[in-house]
Write a protein that binds this ligand. Sequence first.
Ligand code: ATP
Ligand code: SF4
Ligand code: MG
Length: 335
Amino acid sequence: MSTNDVILEVKDLRTYFFNRRGVTKAVDGVSFTLRQGETLGIVGESGCGKTMTALSLLGLIPKPAARIVSGEIILDGEDLVQKSSQEMRAIRGRKISMILQDPQTSLNPVFSIGNQVVEALGVSIKESRRNMFNRAVEALRSVRVAAPESRMHDYPHQMSGGMKQRVIGAIAMASSPKVIIADEPTTALDVTIQLQYLKLLKDIQAETGLAIIFITHDFGIVARMCDRVAVMYAGRIVESADVRTLFNSPTHPYTQALIASVPQMDRTDRLFSIDGQPPALWDLPEGCHFADRCAHARPRCHRDYPDVLQAGEEHSVACWMLHESWSQMEQEVST
Ligand SMILES: Nc1ncnc2c1ncn2[C@@H]1O[C@H](COP(=O)(O)OP(=O)(O)OP(=O)(O)O)[C@@H](O)[C@H]1O
Ligand code: SF4
Ligand SMILES: [Mg+2]
C-alpha cells in the first residue's frame, strides 16, 4: 500500500491533564499513521493513555481539565488539533467516529433505537423525516439487524447485548466515516457474539475501505482483527509493528512481557499481568518509563528516555538495548 492511502497521521500528540496533582501526561508524544482499509490495534495496560489518545482524535477530551498541548492530527488532509469545538462536531460521525467502551451504557434507555439512529444521521444531513427513517433502516440492515423496520420502534432494553452492539455500530457508521475507533468494543459480550461482531466489522471494512483503530487488552482480538499494532506504555508508544512481526519477534521488553503474560493466543478476554506497576503519569521517572520493571535495565535507562529506532520496515522500538545492538553491529562492520 502506498503512502497515498494514509487517511490519518498523528504526529507527536501530547494531551495533558492539569489539576492539583500537577501535570498528568496521559498522552505524551504519540505518533502513528493509519491507511485506508487498515486496522491498527492499540494495546497496553490500564491507564496507559489509550482512551485519551482516542478522545483526543475525536475532540472529546474532558475540558478544561485536559488540553492537547502539542502535536498534529491530520485526518484526510486537515489538522483536527486546529479545529474549534463546533467544527469538530461536524467532523465527528462524518469523518471519524467511535464505538464506545461499554455497549450497555452507550444507548439511551428512554429513546427508541430508530430515534437514536436517526439522530446520528441527522447531525450531518438535513432531509425529510421519511428519508431519515429509510436511511436509518438501511443503517441497521448494514449491520445485519434482522427485520430492521420493526426494530426501529424497539427500546434498548428489548434487545440482546449482541444486537445492541450492532445498533451502536450502526450509529457510529451512520454517516460513513473514514475512520472508526472501537474502544474495547466487545468486552460485555459472550465469545460467540463477540466473534460474530468482529467478523461483521471486518466485512464492513472490506466493503467500504473503512480504517479502524482497535483499542483492547485482548491479544486474541489483535491477532484476529489487526494489521498493525502499537504498544503503549505510560502515555507513549514503545513499539509498533505489523501483527506478525509483533507476535513473532517482539523487541521491546514491555511488549515481550505483555505477550508472555498471555499463555494462549487463541483465548480471548485475558488481561495482562506483569509484575510491578506502571509509573504515575504525574510523576514520571527521568529515563525509560519501564526501567523499574525491566530485567534488562542498565544505568542509562534510568537517566535518558530512548529515541525511537527502526528495527525493520514499519517496525519501530524505543529501547536502549536496540541502540546498543545497532552500535555493536556498526563497530563489527567497521573493524
Ligand atoms: N478525568 C481525568 N482526570 C485526571 N486524569 C485522568 C482523567 N482521565 C484519565 N486520566 C489520566 O489519563 C491516564 C490515561 O487514561 P486512559 O483512560 O487513556 O487509559 P486507558 O489506557 O484507556 O486505560 P483502560 O485500559 O483502563 O481503559 C490515566 O492513567 C489517568 O492518569
Ligand atoms: S530502555 Fe532499558 S529499561 Fe527501557 S525497556 Fe529498554 S532495556 Fe528496559
Ligand atoms: Mg480506556
